[in-house]
Design a binder for this molecule. Structure first.
Ligand code: 6R9
Length: 573
């Protein structure tokens, strides 16, 4: 039996007419919504949580959490108090202050969300780390950001090589029975006596908010820094794209280790004061349908891989659940294929709305809106306030139906502020200091709809997760039997792409299936499960430029059985 009656949510879209809103929209028009328009002082935690309590919505349910053991519900007031306690503990025990990088390395749990807002209330920069990261992935990120504190659990603690990280002062463990020491603190030892009130640290619009590490085609993962003013875009896209309204129950399935899990798994719903569902367990079609049904989810944001996995579980299963509360479904992360759209139409009697954006853009860029005619296969049209274009390598705008680089006019509120410790990398994203170059190729049709074509670079999108080949290759060559490795994305019907590694062994080692498995496990345990190659092929030698750079383009051609093209045009850098 349902615990609560489903409250019907008004089905009229928040944005009733895309064209006229797009024409007249100014970012400034949204500023009134925020307290800083009067005070000049910013803090994301205040706008997401405390403000709602002050305005009389303290008892409104903010978070509904479930995993296989726990089910819990928290009001905005509960989260305010819990995050105040967290902020006090972090300040008093670990001396966290404004601008410090504090990482959260936890599986999804209510405490992760309390800790995150505790960090933000201190004016510190939160760095979420995906729970599947193993030691190398964790070390690279903590080292690059010079993190001062990590919040974690007993299970993940041994993946943080404390002694190799001179800047890391404290690790705070939120768990039962913590083995505390000088630098490893037991959160609950301080919890009962921690004050329930906290004076929020007020910030400027360009002060740091969150640091997400993401992969490019070369180099180590880079730290994309977002700042406080990103909230303008989180709020307005929550309203126009997610179509969030009072009484909505929203579920974003992404983990906060990825940008979708923070911008839309945390900030957008809470800036819009809606109930946010978090499912902490492993994926299973039953558990997912059950979550939709149990919480009467009205707006659901997920990814093509997840939809394809549900689709594979069969339509029969769906009939065991009452999914009639769902009124709006959205997708992100990979191309949304027509079969999935068809499945959505059948099963939910709803059109799945595609949204396009990236870690670096911080929020939605090109989307399908409830108010707009959708063209299946198109990513939609730019968000109000965003100017997009297709440009060539020189930065010239191309006309309709011409394929080129998808670019965005610099200066939107949620644009990354910098790449941590790498100004040159940041600058390399822009042409003429005007256009941000996405790295995706696309074209625009006569009516202004954008159509995704692929990545310009070698970045792999596997099951909606962005994996840089370089990071995987670097790990592979650490294996004592591997001499050289080249990694590509291989098309896959469920996951979009899978990671395939071409490997040349050191002299004296024989190829075998056991060795493939050994290498896979090596990456899985050293870097992350999702970064481990699903396929490995041994080669005597890998194709390289004269300077020794592995030519992934040639590997891809081998894989797809395409001509390898004119090899002399490959960059010789
Ligand atoms: C939010 C997120 C960004 C890359 C992006 C593109 C791919 C995202 C897409 C899409 C086709 C869509 N991508 N949305 N491809 N259709 N609707 O996913 O961020 O992890 O940084 O990945 O994902 O290639 O460049 P991130």
């Amino acid at each position: 039996m349902r615990l609560e009656l489903y409250k019907a949510v008004d089905k009229t879209p928040n944005m009733k007419d895309y064209d006229s809103v797009y024409e007249s929209f100014q970012w400034e028009d949204t500023f009134d919504h925020f307290s800083w328009s009067k005070t000049g002082q910013y803090n994301m935690a205040y706008e997401c949580i405390d403000k709602h309590v002050e305005e009389g919505y303290g008892e409104h349910v903010a978070l509904k959490y479930r995993d296989k053991n726990v089910e819990a519900s928290y009001t905005f007031k509960d989260i305010m108090i819990e995050s105040n306690k967290a902020a006090n503990i972090f300040r008093n025990q670990a001396d966290v202050t404004k601008g410090d990088r504090v990482f959260i390395f936890m599986n999804r749990s209510p405490e992760l969300y309390f800790a995150l807002f505790g960090i933000l209330k201190l004016g510190a920069i939160a760095g979420p780390l995906f729970e599947a990261f193993m030691e190398k992935a964790v070390t690279d990120r903590l080292e690059n950001s010079e993190a001062k504190v990590v919040i974690t659990t007993n299970e993940l603690l041994n993946r943080i090589p404390h002694n190799k990280l001179p800047n890391l002062e404290k690790i705070i463990v939120i768990d039962d029975e913590v083995n505390a020491s000088n630098d490893v603190l037991d959160y609950y030892e301080y919890y009962d006596s921690a004050d329930e009130t906290f004076d929020i640290e007020w910030l400027k619009k360009d002060d740091g908010l969150i640091l997400h590490y993401t992969s490019g085609s070369t180099g180590q993962p880079k730290g994309v820094l977002h700042v406080q003013q990103a909230m303008v875009q989180h709020y307005i896209t929550g309203k126009y794209v997610l179509d969030l309204k009072e009484d909505d129950v929203f579920w974003c399935t992404a983990d906060p280790g990825w940008v979708t899990g923070t911008s839309y798994g945390i900030f957008a719903p809470w800036l819009n004061r809606v109930t946010n569902v978090v499912f902490g367990g492993r994926f299973s079609p039953e558990a997912w349908y059950e979550t939709l049904e149990k919480y009467d989810v009205t707006v659901w944001y997920s990814a093509p891989t997840a939809f394809r996995m549900l689709m594979n579980a069969g339509d029969e299963l769906v009939h065991h659940y009452d999914l009639s509360s769902v009124r709006h479904i959205l997708s992100v992360g990979e191309p949304l294929n027509p079969e999935v759209i068809k499945w959505g139409n059948n099963v939910f009697k709803k059109r799945i709305h595609d949204t396009w954006w990236m870690t670096e853009t911080g929020a939605h860029m090109i989307c399908n809106y409830p108010s707009m005619d959708i063209r299946a296969g198109s990513m939609g049209k730019p968000v109000p306030g965003i100017q997009a274009a297709i440009i060539d390598h020189q930065g010239n705008e191309l006309g309709p139906n011409q394929m080129g680089n998808l670019a965005i006019k610099k200066g939107w509120p949620s644009m990354m502020h910098t790449i941590w410790n790498n100004e040159a990398k940041y600058n390399s994203y822009f042409v003429d200091d005007t256009w941000y170059i996405s790295g995706d190729s696309a074209y625009k049709d006569e009516d202004g709809y954008y159509w995704f074509q692929g990545r310009v670079d070698d970045v792999i999108m596997t099951a909606g997760e962005r994996v840089g080949p370089f990071e995987v290759e670097s790990k592979l060559v650490e294996h004592p039997k591997v001499a050289e490795a080249g990694v590509i994305g291989k098309p896959d019907p469920i996951r979009g792409e899978i990671i395939k590694a071409f490997i040349a062994l050191r002299d004296g080692y024989e190829t075998s299936d056991e060795l493939k498995e050994e290498i896979r496990v090596f990456v899985k345990e050293g870097l992350a499960a999702h970064a481990a190659p699903r396929e490995i092929e041994f080669k005597d030698k890998l194709p390289k430029t004269r300077s020794g750079k592995i030519m992934r383009r040639v590997l891809k051609s081998w894989e797809l059985d395409l001509p390898t093209g004119d090899l002399s045009t490959i960059d010789d850098d």
